[in-house]
Ligand binder design. Structure first.
Ligand code: ATP
Length: 137
């Protein structure tokens, strides 16, 4: 089974029940579900590939500002979940992909409500790093 890591980010946490309904209705199997409040250090590790970018400090502050719901989803999950959440920038997504989840639940290029792994290797890495963060927490 191909697995992906989906995360309901802090800005969308109040909509998590609605989002979980959509996940299930869209045909994903939820293999694992937990609520985690990332520390700034855990958020930095999770987004290590963006270290040094202008937006990195505020990305870390945002991702550690409140709880998140990581879901491990199965069934051809990686590309289909990315398609369902849509482009990174929620503002632009509202113009180009008005039905995608980031257009509906996100705000801008940072507060975009949802995460999805972008490849098989990142999904496996992210699933174990968030699993570790959940244990630490
Ligand atoms: P994710 O990895 O969360 O699924 P993504 O793959 O669409 O998102 P990335 O380019 O990996 O996007 O960026 C990771 C996250 O960093 C984005 O989801 C967003 O929250 C934030 N981000 C990306 N670009 C910017 C930017 N230009 N300004 C502010 N925040 C940004």
């Amino acid at each position: 089974v191909e697995r992906t890591l989906a995360i309901v980010k802090p800005d969308a946490i109040h909509k998590s029940e609605e989002i979980e309904d959509i996940i299930l209705r869209s045909g994903f199997a939820i293999l694992q579900k937990r609520r985690v409040h990332l520390t700034p250090e855990q958020a930095s590790d999770f987004y290590a590939e963006h270290y040094g970018k202008m937006f990195f400090p505020s990305l870390v502050a945002y991702m550690s500002s409140g709880p998140v719901w990581p879901y491990v989803e199965g069934d051809q999950a990686i590309s289909y979940w990315r398609e369902l959440i849509g482009p990174t920038n929620a503002l632009k997504a509202r113009q180009t992909h008005p039905d995608c989840l980031r257009a509906v639940y996100g705000t801008d290029d940072q507060r975009n409500a949802l995460h999805g792994s972008d490849s098989f290797s990142s999904s496996e890495k992210e699933i174990s790093s968030v699993g570790q963060a959940a244990k630490d927490y």
